[in-house]
Design a protein around this ligand. Structure first.
Ligand SMILES: Cc1ncc(COP(=O)(O)O)c(C=O)c1O
Length: 434
């Protein structure tokens, strides 16, 4: 039955899945068709690692025996988060990084997606002057969820990256600092800056120097710089090259416990200046009250006894680092070395990102062709968000997940290699015929 509902603008925007979520809907439909022939290289869920599950099992068991348990699950708490978790975050970050945080610098949210919802819509959107304040991504591509949480369609903007080839089959994005600074200083309608480090989808880790430059401008302009640390150290520490978090008065660190095996419990952590945190706390209090208190207590216990940090370093990081090596080897073994494919340097995150230079078809057509050959990948263009100008590069990339088994990875890459070869060759033949 079609109800023909008259939705608000926000209702219309938020009832449409955008970016990867739209593709994921299509993928779920394909997989639900029952065929087990598909090799799914698109999975967004983290792998279940027994050592990680063991940490959470033990924390939950301890909590079940805790006399505070009835109150934890039966009663509401503060919208800043539980005392236990806030105190353990303050203690841990002060000890580890020599900071002087206090409780007013920390907010616990229902996952980091929710954190971005609060932050982006509080600091951006239509202001008192009726002008739309936007969130700026300094270097595209970046997490498509930022467009998902923005209540206005055109709220997210981004700067195109500099594409730097490292060798015949490897490349890396670099920040176009000049373009970023020009935009920041000349567009008065930037309300926040947002970036993921390590980056979803491409695994890039912006240098400390770049982050310092970005946060310095944000400080000068008095706007928050949201650093999405969903894959960063100290947990889950899915970085394959050295990196340290950068701290600055303009930075709000946005942490997630999801990739440390607790995605189902929805715990995110914002660390930043009290003035920013206060605004987000009020928003959270109005919108959702607080995150799961059980999850928060589990996380506090795992921070306090060091298990969250140690399982990240000893299990999670090595697991995905090895997966990336398996992928690299599979590509070198299977892909045509005379064709112009380039893997983004693997610096971190759960993903690998491949660019096919001058491929005669775009990423959506490639996605459909691979699907017809029973391999599923994520087409890359939605990570360039709505508002950027569409360049050829933006439609020639795909994202592959590092969460599949080694066997599936090799099988999927073999099919990818065959499909890519035939697309490039078919084009060459048609050119020869002209
Ligand atoms: C870069 C990035 N940020 C944020 C999120 C949201 O994570 P969560 O809401 O589970 O903390 C994800 C999820 O995949 C992500 O990849």
């Amino acid at each position: 039955m079609e109800l023909n509902l008259k939705l608000s603008q926000i209702g219309q925007k938020m009832s449409r899945k955008v970016g990867v979520r739209a593709i994921m809907g299509d993928i779920q439909e394909v997989l639900a068709s029952g065929s087990d022939q598909y090799t799914n290289l698109s999975v967004g869920n983290p792998s279940i690692l027994p050592e990680v599950t063991a940490v959470w099992e033990s924390k939950l068991k301890e909590l079940l025996l805790d006399e505070a348990f009835p109150s934890i699950i039966s009663q509401y708490g503060s919208s800043y988060g539980t005392d236990e978790l806030i105190e353990s975050v303050v203690r841990f970050f002060n000890n580890e990084y020599g900071l002087t945080l206090d409780r007013s610098n920390v907010l616990i949210t229902a996952g980091s997606q929710n954190l971005f919802f609060l932050a982006i819509n509080a600091f951006c959107g239509v202001g008192a002057d009726s002008k739309l304040k936007k969130a700026l991504i300094p270097m595209l591509p970046d997490y498509s969820g930022y467009s998902g949480v923005a209540l206005d369609e055109t709220m997210i903007e981004g700067i195109s990256p500099i594409v730097s080839k490292l060798d015949d089959h490897t490349f890396r994005y670099e920040l176009d600092k000049e373009a970023f600074l020009e935009k920041m200083y000349n567009d008065p309608d930037i309300g926040a800056v947002v970036l993921s480090r390590p980056n979803n989808p491409c695994g890039n880790i912006l240098s400390e120097e770049d982050v310092e430059a970005i946060s310095k401008v944000c400080g000068e302009l008095n706007i928050p710089c949201l650093i999405d640390s969903a894959y960063a150290p100290p947990f889950p520490a899915i970085n394959f090259v050295e990196m340290e978090p950068v701290f600055h008065e303009s930075i709000i660190h946005c942490l997630s416990i999801s990739k440390t095996g607790l995605a189902g419990e929805r715990v995110g952590i914002a660390i930043g200046s009290a003035a920013f945190i206060q605004i987000m706390e009020a928003f959270q209090s109005n919108a959702s009250i607080h995150s799961s208190r059980l999850g928060q207590c589990m996380v506090a216990a795992a921070i306090n006894d060091g298990s969250l940090v140690s399982v990240s370093k000893t299990s999670i990081r090595p697991y995905y680092k090895k997966k990336f090596a398996v992928l690299e080897e599979a590509l070198i073994n299977a892909m045509p070395l005379d064709k112009k494919w380039f893997l983004h340097k693997g610096e971190g995150s759960l993903f690998a990102w491949i660019w096919f230079e001058d491929l005669p078809v775009g990423d959506m057509e490639l996605y459909e062709t691979l699907k017809a050959h029973y391999v599923i990948v994520v087409p890359g263009s939605s990570f360039f968000h709505n508002t950027s100008k569409r360049t050829d590069h933006e439609q020639r990339c795909i994202r592959i997940s590092l969460t599949v088994s080694d066997e599936e990875m090799r099988k999927g890459i073999e099919t990818l290699a065959a499909v890519i070869s035939s697309i490039y060759d078919a084009h060459k033949e048609s050119l020869n015929m002209i």
